[in-house]
Design a protein around this ligand. Sequence first.
Ligand SMILES: *[C@@H]1O[C@H](CO)[C@@H](O)[C@H](O)[C@H]1NC(C)=O
Ligand SMILES: *[C@@H]1O[C@H](CO)[C@@H](O)[C@H](O)[C@H]1NC(C)=O
Length: 365
Amino acid sequence: MEDPLPVLFASLLGLLALGSLNGQVEARAFFVFGDSLVDSGNNNYLATSARADLPPYGIDYPSHRPTGRFSNGLNIPDLISESLGEETTLPYLSPQLNGERLLVGANFASAGIGILNDTGIQFVNIIRMPNQLLFFVQYQERLAALIGADAAQQRVNQALVLITLGGNDFVNNYYLVPFSARSRQYSLPDYVRFLISEYRKILMRLYELGVRRALVTGTGPMGCVPAELALRSRNGECDPDLTRAAELFNPQLEQMVSGLNSDLGADIFIAANIRLSSFDFVYNPGAYGFVTSKIACCGQGPYNGLGLCTVLSNLCPDRTLYAFWDPFHPSEKANRIIVNNILRGSTDYMKPMNLSTILAMDPWT
Ligand SMILES: *[C@@H]1O[C@H](CO)[C@@H](O)[C@H](O)[C@H]1NC(C)=O
Ligand SMILES: *[C@@H]1O[C@H](CO)[C@@H](O)[C@H](O)[C@H]1NC(C)=O
């Protein structure tokens, strides 16, 4: 016979954590979806080449060890958790994501994925968006088993969500090779429209699954990352094709988000312009204490932009002086600038409002 005590105890813990018993309100849950900008280690559990599981990744992380984050230290979700006053959300595939830890939320992101299923096919085994959403359903079932269906539903409704998609649909799909299948199928403006309509479906699905507050980011400054400077730029200027792609994509994303909110009759989705945040330090690195925004801290070849960041790569001694950690990803310090804009930025960065406004508005925060 099953012992009912552990179950009762687990539910009590759940209630305590939710603050229902002692009146103290626990920080809201946080869920993360998307690509390598926000993957906190899911790909370490998968057979794929898209992983950051070897040194020097994580060199400035509290453990000084690689965790699967594509950063020298903390990534964007970590810094959002920090600002919520909450511990970091674990990767969904982590065996430690159990019991009470489920209340904190979960990170479903997977490096290499995009809006489209055919993005990142070269990485083989990654968690594409349909599966990230299936895992979210599975997560909710596990949470309901822990604290009951109603409390689980409420925890999801009151959660904060971050979703970051789009970069790979250009870098690892449309522009991956000359004459790629997608570039033969679509002109760039048509491709952007297609991506936006598919992104909208993903956001609608999040809404159907109970999400009521989600930060939605577009692409970063794809044309200006050290990898593209090394591969596609002649004189170190940002690549015009990827720059045009980002110029088309990001404003249409904002429009789509705003239209979706009107259809839903509430500000469910918040468009976060991480491209603009990145431009601040890409075009004016000195103002943020960086010595360069063109050369990656870790890498090799021109701009340290070729290949992967590995133990054999060049490694800068001081990561706080570099805007880019590896050929594609910002350093922790650059991530802090991005998250500061998410928290406090004007409507140029955050539409219709920034995260500190949301936190002040939502009564359960
Ligand atoms: C992506 O795959 C899922 C199933 O895995 C499918 O339902 C969906 O229609 C696909 N999306 C596109 C745009 O083909
Ligand atoms: C963003 O946040 C700050 C508080 O940090 C606030 O003063 C400001 O008005 C906000 N801006 C917008 C547009 O919501």
